[in-house]
Design a protein around this ligand. Structure first.
Ligand SMILES: Cc1cc2nc3c(=O)[nH]c(=O)nc-3n(C[C@H](O)[C@H](O)[C@H](O)COP(=O)(O)OP(=O)(O)OC[C@H]3O[C@@H](n4cnc5c(N)ncnc54)[C@H](O)[C@@H]3O)c2cc1C
Length: 592
């Protein structure tokens, strides 16, 4: 079975040596008491709970799955106990607001812990991740009364939250939502309708479940402008604020699905359920996007976390598995064959995974730091820039990390040969668990459209240039002949390609909007690969100038591998994108 060891050294390298959180994070208002000791303690204790509590019930949770009987969902053995340990120790409320019982630690640290939890047990962590999003949304938009009744229990993990958007005919296009909300004389609403695919819609981990539901009033305008957001508890609260009578919310069934078997995916029926308006009428969708943006970052971390754990197990297997001799002569004369790690192609698979995972981890922590700056920096201008960068990077983070998570899980499964295809080694679970992340929270195709349709054009196109200028500054700081421009020079070339492609796309899209859709997914990949090159360049230089030890050598070689073998993909993608939309649109529907 699989093992997991949190990559603590890599987190420390990124936080302390590459991003210098001593200057960028600890100095922010509210974080004055945080120092390297606090961070190291969080890393070590978080690692322990992930390695010793969550990962041991990962495979068993997958095999047993959730069950549905008599309208009730039961989670796999061990999940309830793990949930109690996890929430009581405060891991689910690490960066949540102190005024409602959270610990108010930086989002950057929460990203670290979230990555670990996705590695340790993806199905388990889904409930907590969505609850965090629900808390953020209620904090931003709910009335004081709702906040007082619900936030403390949600922050503590005593109750969990869900996001009820999807209906059978309304997935990507949420403007089609039909669930009805009828105003009642006491100011509440009666909600009726059926939501599908609701993660954690029902379970036995907590005594109440708080649903955030998109619905429309009978006289609401058509489409997205007529959708409102409601808080609907599974059980109504009694006069003490405790779960009391049933509220017309029931689970109709759970889905049988490819992966994340330990997470329930529910049909949830609302039958005149009592709900409360959150925020403004008909503003439900933009409000929900506040939650969805954070949730999208979390789902990106699912890809990263699974890539990491798959890598660890594949690297261990490759050192152990003896098969055939090396092309350059016997390497293991005492064994009946050489370990497969001597073979260049096995190393290609491992290094590809490592380069994507470690590069993405750098981008993840950088994004976490931007979130903390956006939230806490005293200067309004700095907060605005950080917000802009987050807005730009969110679809790239979600789509690239989750594509990379699935691709690398598959590569690591390949390292196991046939043994990766059977259940016993646990590798096929990583592949299955990674796959959904490319689909939910907005498919990766929709993320790519968000990047090319919105993020490139809004605010007169200033968002991409904001990021590109950061890269320019970095490149300018590493001229040839100084500390060598080993990484800065190829980064500059990639950035030139990305800039030119961006300008080309913005120009052709004015003539034909289909060009955006035709380019979107490949363009996002070019964007991500170039941004990752920026992070690999930063890590490469720190490793090159650091002590001569095994960690730094491995980092440097992986940086070189990234620039030599992975970044050049952008050249082919660039050519393909420029072939345009015409070929894609040429066939008649009947010819497909
Ligand atoms: C396990 C699981 C858990 C989930 N959890 C939740 C949850 O907790 N809450 C919730 O509300 N939902 C949840 N979902 C639903 C999920 O978010 C949707 O399935 C997803 O957003 C896609 O919607 P859809 O399945 O209807 O696909 P569709 O919208 O029908 O899309 C089908 C395909 O068409 C593409 N497409 C659609 N429109 C466009 C366009 N304009 N341009 C280009 N391509 C387009 C899509 O990218 C996709 O490839 C979950 C789903 C699953 C499977």
């Amino acid at each position: 079975m699989t093992t997991y060891h949190a990559p603590i050294r890599d987190f420390q390298f990124l936080l302390q040596e590459v991003f210098k959180v001593q200057d960028t994070l600890y100095t922010l208002p509210g974080f004055e008491e945080i120092d390297d000791d606090v961070v190291n303690m969080v890393l070590e204790e978080g690692a322990k709970v992930c390695e010793e509590v969550l990962h041991p019930v990962n495979a068993s949770g997958d095999q047993q799955g959730c069950s549905f009987d008599d309208g009730m969902v039961t989670t796999p053995d061990g999940f309830k106990e793990a949930y109690q340990i996890f929430t009581e120790a405060g891991w689910s409320s690490l960066s949540l607001p102190t005024e409602h019982g959270g610990q108010g630690l930086p989002e950057t640290l929460n990203f670290v812990i979230e990555e670990m939890t996705w590695s340790a047990n993806a199905a388990f962590i889904l409930c907590s991740v969505l609850t965090r999003g629900v808390v953020n949304l209620l904090q931003a938009f709910a009335s004081d009364e709702l906040k007082q009744l619900y936030l403390e229990k949600l922050v503590a993990g005593t109750w969990t939250g869900t996001m009820c958007l999807t209906e059978s005919h309304a997935g990507t296009d949420l403007g089609l939502v039909r669930t009805k909300a009828v105003a009642q004389s006491d100011g509440s609403f009666a909600l009726s309708g059926t939501k599908i695919f609701i993660t954690g819609g029902d379970h036995d981990l907590t005594e109440n479940i708080i649903h955030l539901v998109l619905a429309r009033l009978p006289d609401a305008p058509e489409g997205v402008r007529g959708i409102s957001l409601f808080l609907v508890p599974k059980f109504r609260l009694d006069s003490n604020g405790s779960p009391g009578q049933e509220n017309g919310v029931s689970c109709g069934s759970i889905e049988h699905k490819m992966g994340i078997h330990g997470s329930s995916t529910c049909v949830i029926n609302f039958d005149a359920a009592r709900g409360f308006l959150v925020g403004e009428l008909n503003r439900g969708l933009p409000q929900m996007f506040k939650l969805m943006n954070l949730a999208r970052l979390s789902i990106g971390l699912q890809g990263l976390g699974i890539g990491e754990v798959a890598y660890q197990n594949a690297a261990a297997y490759a050192r152990d598995r003896l098969q055939t001799r090396s092309l350059t002569g016997v390497k293991n004369p005492d064994g009946y064959a050489d370990p497969i790690i001597v073979h260049a192609d096995v190393r290609r698979m491992l290094l590809t995974t490592r380069a994507y995972v470690e590069g993405s981890r750098a981008m993840s922590l950088w994004t976490g730091i931007q979130l903390d700056i956006a939230h806490a920096h005293p200067d309004e201008g700095d907060r605005e820039v950080a917000n802009d960068l987050i807005e730009l990077i969110t679809p790239v983070f979600k789509a690239f990390f989750t594509d990379m998570g699935y691709e690398t899980a598959t590569l690591c499964q390949q390292v196991f040969g046939g043994h990766g295809y059977i259940q016993e080694t646990g590798m096929e679970q990583f592949v299955r668990d990674a796959r959904i992340a490319q689909i939910y929270e907005g498919t990766n195709g929709i993320q790519a459209l968000d990047l090319v349709r919105r993020k490139l054009f809004i605010y007169e196109g200033r968002l991409p240039e904001l990021l590109f200028k950061r890269m320019d500054q970095f490149i300018a700081g590493h001229p040839a002949g100084d500390r060598g421009n080993e990484f800065a020079a190829p980064l500059a070339e990639a950035l030139t390609t990305l800039r030119a492609l961006t300008q080309w796309l913005m120009a052709v899209a004015k003539e034909n909007p289909d060009e955006l859709g035709a380019a979107s997914v490949d363009y996002l990949r070019v964007f991500a690969l170039t941004t990752l090159a920026w992070f690999w360049a930063q890590m490469g230089y720190v490793a090159k100038e650091g002590e001569d030890n095994s960690f730094n050598t491995a980092k440097l070689v992986t940086a070189r591998f990234y620039f030599a073998r992975l970044l050049p993909q952008i050249e082919g993608l660039d050519r393909g994108i420029r072939s345009g939309a015409q070929l894609l649109m040429e066939l008649d529907e009947s010819q497909f």
